[in-house]
Design a protein around this ligand. Structure first.
Ligand SMILES: [Zn+2]
Length: 143
């Protein structure tokens, strides 16, 4: 388990489905559950790949979305100030997010999906996509 590793400040490359290690996905889920996170990204467990896990509505009793190479294609609704924490930081920050995002990604079994996400799920997705770009909430916080 590495949540403070050196990889977290760098953008990670696009990842082929075949290169994703199932055990690393399970390790990421375990890490998020153990630390009480609602989402986690591969670099946080020391994996230099472009995928994240997001629990729907932050509900850790549900199967997380696996988002491989996620791309936010559109933002919708109002901009909101979100008070966030991160498994990789000890500090909390207010970050500007949008209510809705249209996301294109590859999910479990390589299925390609384009769909809108709303509410808390949308906020978590924006946080995790930032991770994959090497951006943490301390660098993005509202001044
Ligand atoms: Zn985070």
């Amino acid at each position: 388990m590495i949540v403070h590793g050196h990889l977290i400040r760098f953008e990670v490359p696009k990842t082929k489905l075949a290169d994703i290690n199932r055990n690393k996905v399970l390790e990421a889920i375990d890490t998020a559950l153990e630390l009480g996170g609602v989402g986690i990204s591969a670099p946080q467990i020391g994996v230099n790949q472009r995928w994240s896990l997001v629990f729907p509505e932050g509900d850790r009793c549900r199967l997380p979305h696996l988002l491989i190479n996620p791309e936010i294609r559109e933002y919708g609704g109002d901009a909101i100030d979100s008070f966030e924490s991160c498994l990789s930081l000890d500090t909390r920050h207010v970050v500007r997010r949008f209510e809705h995002v249209k996301l294109f990604y590859t999910g479990y079994n390589g299925v390609q999906v384009e769909k809108w996400f709303d509410g808390f799920t949308s906020v978590i997705i924006q946080h995790e996509v930032d991770h994959l770009n090497g951006v943490l909430i301390d660098r993005k916080a509202c001044q």
